[in-house]
Design a protein around this ligand. Structure first.
Ligand code: 3HC
Length: 293
């Protein structure tokens, strides 16, 4: 059964991006937030992205109108009952995700495929809140979702072949390159990315180089689009700290352990770009200035 209609739960940074790419790929998309205020904020964010694409000439006025027409917001979970696929992108907390999927399991027909955009939680542990673990996968997108070409399609030991292949095909329909990953904490990307980011912080702590020199080294020496400390600010230090704790808990390996500096920055509320301060100060967002430690 091919996916016709998509539901997205959560319209924050990731959810709004996912909803935008689903609607842009031609899928009628219903996105749900918990309050009218958050719903409004999420839809305005998508509108801003579409306007930017329009101004640059990437999409026509007509295409923008069609995307808007396919995208609907709601605060009611019940409105998702007609969806063939539901992608969850809510807060990264296991109890909240399990509770959400247990409710959706009652609302949606058994044919609906459920997917979580979790970056570090175990898909199996979320799926067991439902009676359909065979139709449950991970669909892990990357920030900014409309730009990044990858989606990790994660299968658990319970996911059946038909649902899994449907999700790989869905990833392609979104214009992404799907990669197949098993339900191992961090999947492929964060398994490799998180130790790299944490090592960049350790290099800074040990005085190996300055913030700018560490970033320039990886940008200019290895061709990465952002240096690791800039990327940490972009992803969010609180998010990275949280992921590292889950990964350390799973693997008990030092490479996943949060460096003391990361912990202290998160405690101080220096969560990166979104909080105005991280490894850089974003008082002028066009000209971030490296912080002094
Ligand atoms: N939302 C939507 N589009 C955006 C955007 C955003 N936040 N930021 C930039 N873009 C678009 C721009 O509009 C531009 O589009 P165009 O080519 O059609 O004109 C394009 O992206 C390039 O942007 P810029 O020219 O302004 O800037 P850059 O060339 O520096 O690209 C970037 C910005 C795409 C963010 C690039 O720096 C990059 O790829 N950085 C690395 C991002 C990354 O690694 N993401 C993964 C994070 S890990 C993750 O998400 C997993 C989680 O589990 C932690």
């Amino acid at each position: 059964m091919a996916i016709q209609k998509v539901g997205v739960v959560g319209c924050g940074l990731m959810g709004s991006g996912i909803a935008q790419v689903c609607a842009a790929a031609g899928f009628p998309t219903m996105v749900r937030e918990v309050s009218a205020d958050l719903m409004d904020k999420g839809l305005k964010g998508i509108e801003k992205q579409l306007s930017r694409l329009g101004e640059k000439g990437t999409i026509s006025e007509a295409a923008k109108g069609e995307i808007r027409g396919r995208l609907k917001g709601t605060t009611s979970l019940d409105d998702l009952k007609g969806c063939d696929l539901i992608v969850e992108a809510i807060i990264e907390q296991l109890p909240a995700k399990r509770e959400l999927f247990a409710s959706l399991d009652i609302i949606c027909p058994p044919s609906t495929i459920f997917a979580s955009n979790t970056s570090s939680l175990t898909i199996t542990e979320i799926a067991t809140a439902t009676k359909r673990p065979q139709r449950f996968v991970g669909l892990h997108f990357f920030n900014p979702v409309p730009v990044m070409k990858l989606v990790e399609v994660v299968r658990t030991i319970a996911t059946d072949d038909a649902a899994y292949e449907e999700m790989v095909a869905f990833g392609r329909k979104l214009g992404k390159t799907p990669v197949r990953a098993k339900d191992s904490t961090g999947f492929i990307v964060n398994r490799l990315l998180v130790p790299y980011l944490l090592d960049a912080i350790r290099a800074l702590e040990e005085g190996v180089g300055s913030i700018e020199d560490i970033d320039n080294s990886m940008k200019l020496g290895c061709g990465y689009p952002m240096g690791p400390l800039t990327l940490l600010d972009f992803v969010g230090l609180d998010t990275t700290y949280y992921i590292s704790q889950i990964m350390f808990d799973e693997f008990k390996e030092r490479r996943f352990a949060a460096p003391p500096l990361l912990k202290r920055m998160v405690l101080a509320g220096w969560n990166g770009r979104k909080s105005g301060r991280g490894f850089y100060d974003y008082a002028d967002p066009q000209k971030p200035r490296p912080m002094k430690f």
